[in-house]
Design a binder for this molecule. Structure first.
Ligand code: SAH
Ligand code: SF4
Ligand code: F3S
Length: 474
């Protein structure tokens, strides 16, 4: 899962100017699942008369959608709540009210403790109960400190309202769609099985309806989300249980949907049908986020990843045989307890073999309640920092070599939004790189044919190929 979510981080991306409506400001931390959830919370609140604002000063309700994955992520929430306390006090001095809610994985993990540490908070709500948000908020407005972190028995997706077409359109031409939540893998470093609960897959019909609704409002690219997306196994309309490969085939039949992606995958759940989907489906983009975490078998075993480095490399070979131009992306943890210098060298060797087009790497952060945190062979902070620097230098080198290898090639580009300079638009390459090109804003949502001319630090630059329009393939 990519932690720096690709979508607008600060608030759901549609602000409303209607002055009468109550206004909510949503700040999103963490992964793409939280970006999706922030939009669902905005949808639930819309039915309660709230409009989203991108200005916290303007809001009647501040909602923090939080992440618990590493200590730093969780602590950010408390510093933000400190700033919010001042805002709330200033409001109160003017006789105005400001409600404060904490949602997401910190809410689920810490519950009541949040209100104890930060009394400014009126409402704590966990990811399984977002459909109950309006009702929980009504109680909070009545003066109750509300903590709503049950694992709901009902299916929240059945109860969350559908957004209006204009709302979907204002969010852009790409969209996330959560198909699976929770995790049963229990990697020994990770909080997700505790914050998101056990694995649940949404049924095919529900997913297809949501996808069709998005496409009818102008969405051209959908990224299926799950903490373990390729473990998805949902009930099909034929009464059988489907796998992700089959779901992708079904979705690629939707007219007007041009591109499909999915994230995050676990190496253990990459089955033959899913690999075949990469071979067969033109709409499935040649990009795969497939975290390995480490390259040493003893560390992988201690992490409970349940595969070896060799298993992973063989899997990568099979995927590349099916789709030779696929770009791989990964997550890495350095300094898991007991990781020796030799173990770390094995991670560098694996990286050399795979050559990732994109990667996210982190120092191990002990998380309360996980087995890794209990171990007495923690790696010192300075060793972790040095290892992270070396790993990141290598990953950066491969990433920029991959970007350079794109120069001179022709690709199809889905135009997503205005660039920083007038006359520029930003799109994504099939390999998820941002690409900047001179184009007219009316072309947002189109796929055009371009030639890559230059690789910058964070984006590629391209020229339109005159007289040719793009197709849905690369
Ligand atoms: N389900 C995904 C990962 C979700 S968490 C998977 O299995 O790959 C996203 C990433 O955060 C992980 O891949 C891991 O690299 C990192 N991460 C998780 N827990 C961590 C911890 N305690 N310390 C440092 N990084 C961590
Ligand atoms: Fe966390 Fe492992 Fe589950 Fe990924 S597979 S969410 S790393 S426990
Ligand atoms: Fe963070 Fe929760 Fe996502 S812990 S990474 S927001 S699933």
């Amino acid at each position: 899962m990519q932690i720096d979510a690709q979508k607008d981080e600060s608030s759901a991306a549609y602000a409303d100017t209607a002055s009468k409506a109550r206004k909510v400001f949503v700040k999103t931390y963490g992964c793409q699942m939280n970006v999706y959830d922030s939009e669902r919370m905005a949808d639930a609140l819309a039915s309660d008369g709230y409009r989203v604002t991108d200005n916290p000063e303007d809001a009647d309700l501040l909602l923090l959608n939080t992440c618990h994955i590493r200590e730093k992520a969780a602590e950010k929430v408390y510093s933000e709540l400190g700033r919010i306390r001042q805002l709330k006090e200033a409001r109160a001095a003017n006789g105005e009210d400001l409600m404060v809610g904490v949602a997401g994985c910190v809410a689920q993990a810490e519950g009541q403790e949040i209100i104890r540490r930060a009394p400014v908070v009126d409402l704590v709500i966990g990811p399984q109960t977002y459909h109950r948000l309006p009702e929980a908020l009504a109680r909070a407005r009545g003066g109750e400190k509300v903590v709503e972190t049950d694992y709901a028995i009902e299916d929240k997706f059945e109860h969350l309202p559908r957004p209006e077409k204009e709302v979907i359109a204002a969010r852009g031409v790409t969209a996330f769609l959560t198909v699976q939540e929770g995790c049963d893998k229990f990697c020994t470093f990770c909080v997700v099985p505790y914050t998101r609960g056990s694995e649940v897959s949404r049924p095919v019909g529900q997913i297809v309806r949501e996808a069709e609704n998005l496409v009818s409002a102008g969405v051209r690219e959908i990224t299926l989300l799950g903490q373990n997306v390729n473990a998805w196994h949902g009930a099909g309309p034929d009464g059988r249980e489907w796998g992700l490969g089959e779901l992708l085939r079904r979705l690629s039949d939707i007219d007007g949907l041009e591109r499909l992606r999915y994230t995050t995958s676990h190496p253990r759940d990459m089955d033959d049908a899913l690999i075949a989907a990469h071979r067969d489906l033109e709409k499935l983009m040649p990009y795969l986020h497939l975290p390995v975490q480490a390259g040493s078998d003893s560390v992988l075993k201690a992490m409970n990843r349940r595969h070896t480095a060799q298993d992973y490399l063989r899997l990568v070979d099979r995927i590349r045989a099916a789709r030779p131009d696929i770009a791989l992306s990964g997550d890495f943890i350095v300094g898991f307890p007991g990781e020796s210098d030799a173990d770390f060298e094995a991670t560098l060797q694996l990286v050399e073999k795979v050559r990732y087009a994109q990667a996210f790497s982190f120092k191990y952060s002990p998380r309360p309640g996980t087995p890794g945190a209990e171990r007495d062979d923690q790696v010192p902070e300075d060793v972790k920092s040095k290892r992270l620097d070396r790993l990141q230098a290598l990953l950066r080198k491969h990433q920029s070599e991959f970007a350079d290898s794109c120069i001179g090639t022709e690709i199809d580009l889905l135009l997503e939004k205005p660039g920083r300079l007038a006359g520029q638009l930003i799109g994504r390459s099939p390999w998820l790189q941002p690409v900047i090109v001179d184009a007219n804003p009316s072309q947002i949502g189109e796929i055009i044919r371009v030639r890559i001319t230059r690789a910058g630090a964070n984006a590629l630059f391209a020229d339109k190929i005159q007289g040719e329009s793009g197709s849905s393939t690369i």
